[in-house]
Design a protein around this ligand. Structure first.
Ligand SMILES: *Cc1c(COP(=O)(O)O)cnc(C)c1O
Length: 383
């Protein structure tokens, strides 16, 4: 990696972020709590359409507190998509609960609702206590909530939405983050908008949010001395970073628009090619966080890994999709219900440069390099 490197999804910050940060710094609110923090929570809740929000230091922390908030306890089983970032499964383990991994839909990469139904039936017949189901809005496209919400309601299992990648996306007119009892958002540096590091819980459940806020500040009681009756965490987002987030939120729609433009260009480029398609579905209004192609080498004549290697030679970053959780050494031994779809996506998927901060010359470099690759690869299936 050099300064010439085209990154996958670099932070998109400029003069507006600078002015918000300096204002927060000059206001003297440098300690964690402060007016920017409160304002940021209100603005994100309004954007998502929930009654409230609690800002925390990461999306992972938001997931951890969300699971505690819906009552997940040690020994519970929690249903987790096998195709996700490690944080979804790790948050379950922090509590001493057991993730059970379930496979995804091959077209969207989102959790396979039919398999979740099968799994819930199996777990119930075995008498397991299921603490939660955590659908993930994969790469910024909402999971199939028309299927998942009634399923969880019927089974009496809380739904916790991992909307870490999906702020600004929607599904049938509802915003990502607003599904289930509580949603978790991430503001990590590579996400659609960033506080350099941060996250948020969004929910209509005031009691759940109040408890999350309490746990995020070391569960400190409102006494003049330090009194703690339960185990808390130091998870609160700082006021300065909230100020950065407020500036990013102002620009969110513009940043989504830029990513959508990029996705449309990729779609046009790959549409005529046999065996190549973009991951996703029309059913979800994606925030276009990351554009992912899947490549069937039998039909395309080349592999996703070949394109990745070619782009790497041009100093252009790509990534495979998430390595499935059931293949992760840290979660070895966890139970899973699989169809093979996630392993297929891991083998044949490729995440392309998608960031809103990519300059026009950088984008031109990416497309020129892909054109060059396609010209070289034309002719016959891969050996
Ligand atoms: C990024 C991400 C998280 C974790 O967010 P952090 O802010 O990095 O802790 C959780 N789940 C998914 C699906 C993510 O992509």
């Amino acid at each position: 990696m050099t300064s010439q490197t085209v990154h996958l999804s670099p932070p998109d910050v400029g003069p507006l972020e600078e002015s918000y940060l300096i204002e927060a710094l000059r206001s003297g609110w440098v300690a964690p709590a402060g007016p920017a923090l409160q304002a940021f929570e209100g603005e994100v809740a309004a954007r998502v359409g929930t009654a409230g929000a609690v800002a925390v230091s990461s999306g992972t922390a938001a997931l951890h507190l969300a699971l505690l908030g819906v009552g997940v306890g040690p020994g519970d089983v929690v249903v987790v998509p096998t195709l996700t970032f490690i944080a979804t499964a790790n948050a379950v383990r922090y509590i001493g609960a057991r993730p059970v991994f379930v496979d995804c839909d091959a077209q969207t990469g989102n959790v396979d609702v039919g398999l979740v139904a099968d799994l819930l039936r199996q777990l119930r017949s075995r008498g397991e206590r299921v603490g939660a189901v955590i659908p993930v809005d994969m790469f910024g496209s909402c999971a199939d909530y028309a299927g998942l919400e009634p399923l969880c309601a019927e089974a009496g299992v809380p739904l916790v939405e991992d909307a870490a990648e999906a702020l600004g996306a929607s599904y049938r007119g509802r915003s990502a983050g607003s599904f289930g009892q509580v949603g978790a958002i991430s503001f990590n540096g590579n996400k659609i908008m960033t506080t350099s590091g941060g996250g948020m819980l969004v929910s209509d459940d005031a009691a759940l949010l109040a408890r999350a806020r309490h746990l995020s500040t070391q569960a400190r009681e409102p006494t003049p001395y330090y009194e703690h009756r339960e185990l808390g965490y130091n998870y609160r987002l700082s006021n300065l970073l909230a100020a950065l987030g407020r500036a990013q939120l102002v620009r969110l729609d513009g940043m989504i628009g830029r990513r959508r433009q990029l996705r449309d260009r990729y779609a046009k480029l790959f549409a005529p090619l046999p065996g190549v398609r973009l991951l996703g579905t029309e059913d979800s209004d994606s925030n276009c966080w990351l554009t992912v192609i899947t490549v069937d080498p039998e039909r395309s004549g080349w592999r996703a890994a070949d394109l990745a290697a070619h782009l790497a030679r041009h100093d252009i970053e790509t990534r495979p999709v998430w390595k499935p959780m059931h293949l992760q050494p840290v979660h070895v031994g966890a139970e899973s219900l699989l169809s093979g779809a996630a392993e297929q996506l891991f083998a044949h998927g490729l995440t392309l440069p998608s960031g809103s901060a990519l300059s026009e010359p950088q984008v031109a470099r990416v497309f020129a390099a892909i054109d060059e690759f396609l010209a070289m690869s034309a002719g016959g299936p891969a050996a």
